[in-house]
Write a protein that binds this ligand. Structure first.
Ligand code: ARG
Length: 272
């Protein structure tokens, strides 16, 4: 009858309206997704200590370095945007525990002791400790340090190495908040040597040709160390980030970044 026809028509109109609105909403949401793909990535805060060239250092107000390029590439591969937060070494260590940072990247050596407090990614860089001394020093091995004063960055594997040589609370160990402060103290003659990561020691000499300092190796005293990204314990990110690290190493991005900062091709087999 007339009445049901009218009813049907109303229902049709409503259905059409609902479909119309749905399509508009779909288009709107879809459009938003594609137009903002780069900006909508979840941002992860990376705590760091940007006084460790060439891994992380400040340049024109920006944190820059090998770690910055590598971590940014890895996070992007995993679908995140990296935001570096230069809070200094010890605050960095705390911020990861307190979840004020999602992770830390700062040439951080993976150690058994740290693994009790943190999770680590797979290794991405091989390192070892070196001794920095004034050019005219006759220190030529760890043994020669016995009656000397050494500078180290506090809570680092360099500090640990010094404790192994001198004992835990030795007053021959001078602890500094930052590596450059330890080196400055040596230049002023307050300490005789600095124990620090090899690539950082070499970079310092490269950047300060007039500093009149040299490196001393001691392969027997100093083992290989491996850098990893540091996470709060039992988090879900580590596995995701590990996969991205693997991809970035395998697809050549790692080698590209390595060449940019170290001027040579990396031997990635040392990471396995
Ligand atoms: N590799 C050493 C460690 O983990 C030193 C790292 C220092 N890094 C820095 N950005 N200051 O203890």
């Amino acid at each position: 009858t007339n009445k049901t026809d009218k009813g049907m028509e109303a229902v049709k109109k409503i259905v059409a309206l609902i479909i119309g609105i749905s399509l508009i909403l779909l288009a709107a949401c879809g459009g938003e997704d594609t137009s903002s793909s780069g900006e909508e990535l979840k941002e992860l805060t990376i705590a760091t200590d940007a006084a460790f060239a060439p891994f992380e250092f400040m340049n024109k107000g920006e944190v820059t370095g090998f770690d910055v390029d590598f971590a940014t590439a890895v996070l992007e591969e995993a679908g995140y945007q990296a935001s570096f937060d230069n809070v200094g070494w010890e605050t960095m260590l705390q911020n990861v525990v307190n979840h004020k940072a999602d992770l830390a990247v700062a040439g951080i050596t993976i150690t058994d002791e740290r693994k009790e407090t943190y999770d680590f990614s797979d290794p991405y860089f091989e390192s070892t400790q070196l001794i920095l001394v004034p050019e005219d020093s006759n220190i030529s091995s760890v043994k020669d340090l016995e009656d000397k004063n050494v500078g180290v960055q506090i809570s680092t594997t360099g500090a640990e190495a010094a404790e192994k040589i001198f004992g835990t609370n030795s007053d021959q160990i001078h602890q500094f908040d930052q590596v450059p402060l330890a080196i400055m103290s040596m230049e002023q003659g307050d300490v005789d040597a600095v124990i620090v990561d090899n690539a950082v020691a070499q970079e310092y000499i490269k950047n300060n040709p007039d500093a009149k300092i040299k490196t001393v190796e001691d392969k027997e005293a100093f083992d290989s160390e491996y850098y990893g990204f540091m996470f709060p314990k039992d988090n879900e990110l580590t596995e995701e980030i590990n996969q991205a690290i693997e991809t970035v190493i395998e697809n050549g991005t790692y080698a590209e970044i390595y060449e940019k900062w170290f001027g040579q091709t990396p031997d990635t087999s040392v990471l396995n």
